[in-house]
Structures are given as structure tokens and as C-alpha cells.
Write a protein that binds this ligand. Structure first.
Ligand code: ADP
Ligand code: ADP
Ligand code: ZN
Length: 214
């Protein structure tokens, strides 16, 4: 099973990908996470990507497609893939088709999380994650059960992203509309797009996605 989670920043792609990993043993392939790891490691890719990400612009198609290709190579053919935050341009959508074909995989579903843009700023500015295991949280919408303690791993350290501020988010939304939304019609003609109401509670969104995957 190979699926793409599509939606603007804050739509809930990462949150749902983490839950699919737990429920279905699939693997989350988040180019955002891979790029942040590269920035942290100060690798050549990270050094190139850092300022671009802080501005809320897109890193080059070649860089992200190579990250995805390498990850699939490392995975082995039987593990399902959830593409989170990739593809984000028409060139990346083409590259993904080519990469999947080379790995003997095919795209089963493109799931679009439909959200109301006004809600996204609140989602993004309240977003944080466990510094140890990466579990995602929100100041209002998804607090840990015990304050200051990660539900999944018990860590007390949390982190916020430097690009999760209102100004950058508005720019990232505009980039989504201009560069990413236009890849949907191509998938539409292949009959693989499903829409899910991303404004519903987290658990409801997960159930709706689960229902599509059976
Ligand atoms: P994306 O990966 O699409 O950018 P995230 O999954 O990181 O989005 O979600 C953004 C923020 O909104 C996170 O803090 C997350 O906890 C919260 N969130 C995700 N889905 C929902 C939802 N259905 N309702 C309310 N808050 C949500
Ligand atoms: P969000 O879901 O909140 O938009 P991501 O974690 O997916 O955030 O991405 C963070 C940043 O990393 C993006 O704003 C962009 O600079 C870069 N990035 C992530 N994925 C891609 C991609 N597929 N193509 C180009 N840039 C990317
Ligand atoms: Zn944790």
C-alpha cells in the first residue's frame, strides 16, 4: 500500500501519518522531517535547505525526490509507504511516479485533508512535538495526558519549529495554493483521490482514513 496525504500546512498530515504507522505498520515518509534532520546534522543538504525552510519556501525538487528515493531503497518492498508533505510540485509528482515504478510500487490512494484556512494559523502556531520521539502535540487541541510528559515515551523535552509562526504560515499556504494544489487534477483523472474532512476531531479523521484503506 502506497498513499499520499495531501493538504496545506497544519491540515493534520503528520498527525494522521503517525497514527497510520501505529495502526497499520506502515512507514511515514515526511520530507519535512528528513530535511529538519539534515539541517540538524548540518549535512550538505541541510546547509542548503535551512534558510529556504525558514522563509517557508520550497527546497529543490531534486533534493526532496532523492531523499524519498533513498528512503524507499532502505525500506524493503513489503512495507507500506505514507507520503507526508511530498509531492509538493508537478515536477515532484512526476518524479514520484518514476521512483515508485523503479521500486515496483504503485500509488493506491491520494487522500486530501480538507481544512478551513482560518483554522490553520491556530493549528500551526500552537503546534509542538516531543523532542525525543517526535510525537506531535498542540497547545489546545492535543495536550499530553500528563502535563509536560510525552504520552508515548515519557520525555519531558518538547520542541517547536522555527517556521511555525504566523507570517511564514501565511506564505506557506500561498505556496501550497500555487504549487501543490495543482497536482490534484492529475491524480483525479486516475481515480485515486479521496477527500476527508480535516476539521473533524483527530480520531474521526483517522477512522475515515482507515475506512478508505480496507
Ligand atoms: P501537517 O503535518 O499537515 O502540517 P500536523 O499533523 O502537524 O499538520 O497538525 C498541525 C497541528 O494541529 C498539530 O499541533 C496537531 O496536533 C493539530 N491537529 C492535527 N489534526 C487536528 C485535528 N483534526 N483537530 C485539531 N487539531 C489538529
Ligand atoms: P508543513 O506540513 O507544516 O507544511 P513540512 O514539515 O512538510 O511542513 O515542511 C516544512 C518545510 O520543509 C517546507 O515549508 C519546505 O520548506 C520544506 N519541504 C518539505 N517537504 C518539501 C517538498 N516535498 N518539497 C520542497 N520543500 C519541502
Ligand atoms: Zn515522546
Amino acid at each position: 500500500m502506497n498513499i499520499i496525504l495531501l493538504g496545506p500546512p497544519g491540515a493534520g498530515k503528520g498527525t494522521q501519518a503517525q497514527r497510520l504507522v501505529e495502526h497499520h505498520g506502515m512507514r511515514q515518509l515526511s520530507t519535512g522531517d528528513m530535511l529538519r534532520a539534515a539541517v540538524k546534522a548540518q549535512s550538505p543538504v541541510g546547509l542548503k535547505a535551512r534558510a529556504v525552510m525558514e522563509r517557508g519556501e520550497l527546497v529543490s525538487d531534486e533534493i526532496v525526490s532523492e531523499l524519498i528515493d533513498a528512503e524507499l531503497t532502505a525500506m524493503g518492498p513489503e512495507t507500506g509507504a505514507i507520503f507526508d508533505g511530498y509531492p509538493r510540485t508537478s515536477a515532484q509528482a512526476l518524479a514520484l511516479d518514476e521512483i515508485l515504478a523503479r521500486h515496483g510500487r504503485q500509488l493506491d490512494h491520494v487522500i486530501e485533508l480538507e481544512v478551513d484556512e482560518d483554522a490553520l494559523v491556530a493549528r500551526i502556531t500552537g503546534r509542538y512535538a516531543c523532542a525525543s520521539c517526535g510525537e506531535g502535540y498542540h497547545d489546545r487541541f492535543k495536550q499530553p495526558e500528563r502535563e509536560g510528559t510525552c504520552d508515548r515515551c515519557g520525555s519531558h523535552e518538547f520542541k517547536r519549529r522555527p517556521d511555525d509562526n504566523e507570517q511564514t504560515v501565511r506564505h506557506r499556504m500561498a505556496v501550497y495554493r500555487a504549487e501543490t494544489a495543482p497536482i490534484l487534477p492529475g491524480y483525479e483523472t486516475r481515480g485515486i483521490v479521496s477527500r476527508v474532512d480535516g476539521m473533524a476531531p483527530i480520531e474521526t479523521v483517522t477512522s475515515e482514513i482507515d475506512a478508505l484503506l480496507v
